[in-house]
Ligand binder design. Structure first.
Ligand code: URA
Length: 322
């Protein structure tokens, strides 16, 4: 039953993604669909289709394109849709490969930090990263290397994937649209950006002629020691990996990994507990109450793990109204 429902939903989403604003469904069918929707148990998985978006993918340089690729790559709908998704992925990545010439990425640089307190070590690390020639030579003209921000005593370390257009201008992670949503999520947890730590796997915005693209494994491998060193200095209780690219960066690439399976479950990263959840820019595209609720449940698990009390009001966020 669910399969029929999902196939129909996929088809409607596909049509919507292609610009259709109306669909010819008669009243009887709408009633059947509504009944089916009521009777189905709540869906705990990712939206099934690459077409599951309100608007067609935007390649406006603001971070949508990256999620389009990520989403298509990890979509898992029916076989037909899957085949179609894979073609779309290949095409997109080919476009990227054909048009950009990424400068070779060397092995990660060896570095050591001075003894001393957290601030001394963090200052030294920041200086190393901001002075890194490999990071610098991958920057667009006039743009900045992006290093983590927040308190060095943070219990919670949010880890994203790579700076986008706004971040490379300001030299700060998560300051664009996705960042504003992350800031709201942090606020809903009763915290401010200054009370957590926010970093990225990547310190530069991956080069691509237009929009954003996910970092390559080599790019992530180059920057990962810098992220690990930040985690090692901050010593958070919990690392929150935002999105599949962040997970692949932290835990190593695994094509069989599925967001719908791993989110919400505790794992380990170094000495911290690791929670995986959806990337805020993914949420910006799939802002259904169910999706927000899933992320919120992940955040409540994080709050519990670090000992932040959760009010009754917070427990009810994004639940359907009675
Ligand atoms: N997305 C990320 O993963 N990191 C940022 O800093 C901004 C957008």
């Amino acid at each position: 039953m669910r399969e029929i429902f999902e196939t129909l939903a996929d088809e409607l989403r596909r049509a919507a993604a292609e610009g259709a604003e109306f669909s010819n469904i008669d009243d009887d069918s709408v009633e059947i669909l509504e009944r089916l929707a009521r009777e189905l148990p709540p869906d705990e998985t990712l939206p099934k289709s690459a077409y599951a978006r309100k608007t067609p993918p935007q390649d406006d340089g603001k971070g949508e394109f990256i999620d389009d690729i990520e989403e298509v790559k990890f979509a898992s709908a029916s076989d037909i849709v899957k085949t179609e998704n894979q073609n779309r992925t290949q095409k997109k990545l080919k476009v990227v490969n054909k048009t950009i010439d990424i400068k070779p990425i060397p092995a990660p640089k060896k570095f050591s930090l001075p003894d001393g307190d957290k601030q001394t070590r963090w200052n030294a690390l920041r200086e190393i990263v901001l002075g890194d020639k490999v990071c610098a030579e991958h920057l667009r003209p006039e743009k900045k290397i992006v290093f983590g921000v927040g308190t060095l005593d943070a219990d919670i370390f949010f880890c994203g994937e790579a700076p986008g257009a706004d971040e490379e201008i300001q030299g700060e992670p998560f300051v664009g649209k996705a960042g504003q949503l992350l800031t709201k999520i942090i606020g809903a947890m009763g915290l401010s950006r200054e009370q957590v730590y926010i970093g990225n796997i990547m310190n530069w915005r991956p080069e691509t002629p237009k929009g954003n693209r996910p970092p390559t494994e080599e790019e992530m491998a180059y920057c990962l020691p810098y992220l690990k060193a930040q985690i090692e200095i901050v010593k958070p209780k919990v690392v929150v990996a935002l999105g599949m690219t962040a997970v692949n960066g932290l835990l190593g690439f695994d094509p069989s990994r599925r967001m719908g399976k791993i989110r919400g479950h505790w794992q380990k990263f170094e000495n911290a507990d690791l929670m995986v959840t959806y990337h805020p820019s993914f949420l910006l595209q799939y802002a259904s109450p169910q999706m927000k609720r899933l992320v919120w449940e992940d955040m409540m698990a994080v709050m519990e793990r670090v000992g932040i009390p959760i009010s009754a009001k917070q427990r009810g966020f994004f639940l359907p109204k009675e």
